[in-house]
Design a binder for this molecule. Sequence first.
Ligand code: IMP
Ligand code: MG
Length: 246
Amino acid sequence: MTLAYKEREKKGNGARKNHGVSYRPPGQCKLLLVLLVASWNVMLMDNWPGYDLDLFTYPQHYYGDLECVLIPHGIIVDRIERLAKDIMKDIGYDDILVLCVLKGGYKFCADLVEHLKSISRNSDRFVSMKVDFIRLKSYKNDQSMGEMQIIGGEDLSMLVGKDVVGTGRTMKALLSSIEKYKPNMVKVASLLVKRTARSDGFRPDYAGFEISDVFVVGYALDYNEYFRDLNHICIINEHGKEKYRV
Ligand code: IMP
Ligand code: MG
């Protein structure tokens, strides 16, 4: 998911730095300048075998289609709570437009917004938040089709948010397509980042987990529209890929 936000009117005119991004007050400079920094995340090593499926519950219709539970639902939600805290620390007091990248980002977005709202009403940090949605489609089976379809988001004025950064190509294409809205600031939050040789170097500002280059499903992430109704993030097995291949 990506977060874009507009700075409230501030006293003083100087540019200031925040989380690797420099920006100026509205009206001064409409150029979007994003200097991405390596973000902190929970790293799952390549040799992490995941959890045995029998230790958890999951829908019966997926029995036999999964390899393991890579990240249980509870850990996902706990990690998002911390991302929300980090985001509020950086951008509390600002007006935010949260742009949820559908469909895979809807669970992440919903949980992140809930935590942001909770912090906002229970501490001296607060944000005025709007939420918008955009739909991207670039994968068939477990392969990127290269070409990205953007559906919706016509009235975007600021910006953004995201489920997985794999190669980073989708995110770069999205960022360049929203440049025309001249947001004062764009931040990208992604639940997952993959370690892959195909990466184009894109790093989100906020990342939940760094995982190896495996195809994962669940927590709204799909394989040809299946597995969105799975709570945990799991690795799909060959049988599952074959069963739902198009
Ligand atoms: P990228 O262009 O390779 O960074 O891929 C980004 C998009 O591809 C994500 O937003 C997902 O929709 C999809 N994607 C990439 N990896 C996975 C995966 O492991 N499971 C499900 N969808 C994925
Ligand atoms: Mg998908």
